[in-house]
Write a protein that binds this ligand. Structure first.
Ligand SMILES: C[S@@+](CC[C@H](N)C(=O)[O-])C[C@H]1O[C@@H](n2cnc3c(N)ncnc32)[C@H](O)[C@@H]1O
Length: 380
């Protein structure tokens, strides 16, 4: 790598500022340091993220380089033996104090978010075995109670070291990098070929692409987002994946839907505090506030209310957020139900029990992001 790992990481840390969080700073730095290679890039990312996982254990008076070395050392010790750090210490130092008001800080949760995250891929239907063979180092997920393995689940855990963005299967659109919990949102929607689905917060298209694949490219996915930049990434990914059954349009969420179609299903994968991603993106633990949680809960409620009229009678509305705070998840779902007597809770296709209409996916249960999903059916 030439330059030391701690020097690279220290430079990334030095470029973080308001509006440029760790993941963006890393992307920018790595794009400008091509000589690093795949292994070097991964090492720098690991160092930066370890730094933020162990931030409150580090000596503020030390140089950034020394703190990076110390964080990597703590990470390695923890990976070898997670009981080497007491749960009380994790509760006090691994997360901000306000989190304890919003979620249950169990030992399992706290230990999980201090580990290195797992890389999950989603293969297109029918290509799983082939991708597994060509990539190697893949494992199929085991879904614990209260989940049941949905038909067509095509997730693989990748334990190898190859740069997946360069793998032929990625470039041909046969697989995407997508967290397991995020894939379970698509399965919870369970769209059928020929249906019309509106992905109201489609962003860069992670879930829209999955919906299209589950629909076997038949029917229509209306993909909207308030960000034209994100939609242009979605279009690029759709072209790579051979996804044709979609239309993309800007929708800021401020007014009604940008089309008149009644939909068989609407997915509101709403903007959220992202607490469920704090294992993968630990810098956010130190930049997210209770104000963010409160404001985003209000945005989620507004988006749900504006998207709901596009669900046709008998159709389904699915709300998902990659967070676990009560103010966003269950409080928003309760608020929606209270204000919309024309919607009733609808069973989730991913749940083992038929009456489950809301589910919290916990990082420690799935070795994946935390996620909340709720579904309703519009009454006739
Ligand atoms: C969780 S992300 C969506 C991720 C995407 N569904 C995926 O699977 O890749 C939430 C999206 O909501 C969009 N959005 C739409 N209306 C918004 C609003 N009023 N405020 C904030 N974000 C909004 C954001 O641009 C962002 O892309």
């Amino acid at each position: 790598m030439g330059e030391t790992l701690e020097n690279h990481a220290a430079r990334v840390l030095g470029s973080i500022r308001p509006g440029i969080p760790a993941d963006a700073a890393l992307r920018e730095y790595l794009a400008g340091t091509r000589s690093l290679g795949a292994v070097g890039r991964r090492s720098v990312s690991r160092a930066v993220f370890s730094y933020f996982r162990w931030l409150r254990w580090l000596e503020p008076g030390q140089s950034a380089q020394k703190r990076v070395v110390s964080a990597l050392d703590r990470q390695a010790r923890f990976e070898r033996d997670s009981s080497s750090v007491k749960v009380e210490a994790l509760a006090a130092r691994a997360v901000p104090a306000w989190l304890g008001v919003e979620i249950d800080l169990t030992a399992g949760y706290l230990r999980q978010i201090q580990r290195e995250p797992t890389l999950w891929i989603r293969t297109k239907i029918g290509t799983t075995a082939e991708i597994e063979r060509s990539l190697g180092a893949c494992e199929r997920p085991v879904l614990p109670n209260p989940l049941s393995a949905p038909a067509g689940i095509a997730a693989l855990r990748y334990r190898g070291t190859a740069d997946l963005h360069r793998a032929p299967g990625f470039q041909s659109g046969a697989f995407e990098i997508q967290d397991l919990s995020s894939q379970l949102v698509g399965h919870a929607c369970a769209p059928q070929p020929g249906e019309t689905w509106w992905d109201a917060c489609a962003g860069e298209g992670g879930k829209a692409l999955h919906l299209s694949d589950l629909m076997r490219n038949k029917g229509l996915v209306l993909a909207t987002d308030r960000s034209p930049r994100r939609l242009s990434v979605l279009r690029r990914r759709a072209a790579r994946a051979g996804m044709f059954n979609y239309r993309a349009a800007v929708w800021t969420g401020a007014g009604p839907a940008p089309f008149r179609t009644g939909c068989d299903g609407v997915l509101v994968d709403a903007p959220c505090s992202g607490v469920g991603t704090w294992q993968r993106n630990p810098h956010a633990r130190w930049t997210t506030s209770t104000d963010d949680v409160r404001e985003l809960a209000a945005v989620q409620a507004a988006l749900l209310a504006r998207a709901a009229p596009s669900v046709k009678p008998g159709g389904r509305l699915v709300y998902s957020v990659c967070t676990l705070t009560r103010s966003e998840t269950s409080a928003v779902a309760d608020g929606f139900e209270g204000a919309h007597p024309d919607f009733e809770p609808a069973p989730l296709a991913i749940a083992a029990a038929p009456e489950v209409a809301r589910i919290e996916l916990l990082p420690q249960d799935l070795d994946a992001n935390g996620m909340f999903i709720a579904a309703w059916k519009r009454l006739r």
